[in-house]
Design a protein. Structure first.
Length: 131
């Protein structure tokens, strides 16, 4: 029996049958990792461009190693541009790209959902853990 469709919902099976399902899953995994959302939002809040140290201060709990690795991944994916200035000492700035900015609206929706629902999720976890 075929399940009824719901307008606007993406069908995971259709995504898995797309021309490159691994690419879609890989990108969703990257976007949903622990630090990507925070970095994209922080860059935008810092005016779209920031130095490494500014980003590090804006995201409590991120290590220098993780910040560096995440920025490299974002640069590789075209969400961030890294610019090195030939000064002494060298200055490096990171800038969010238009592609990175296009991630802001859906990301903000996820952040809003988390802010609105974290207490309910926490209660469900406590109830589950008490069983």
């Amino acid at each position: 029996m075929k399940k009824p469709s719901k307008p606007g919902l993406l069908d995971p099976a259709a995504i898995c049958r797309s021309s490159d399902p691994m690419a879609v899953r890989e990108l969703l995994t990257k976007i949903g990792d622990k630090w990507t959302i925070f970095l994209v939002l922080s860059l935008e809040l810092l005016g779209g461009r920031a130095r490494f140290s500014e980003l590090e201060r804006s995201i409590p709990g991120i290590s220098q190693r993780m910040l560096s690795a995440t920025l490299k991944n974002l640069e590789r994916d075209g969400l961030v541009i890294r610019e090195l200035f030939p000064e002494v000492p060298p200055r490096v700035e990171y800038e969010i790209t238009d592609l990175g900015r296009s991630l802001l609206r859906p990301t903000q929706g996820l952040v809003d959902w988390a802010k609105e629902n974290w207490e309910q999720v926490r209660r469900a976890q406590s109830k589950f853990d008490a069983r």
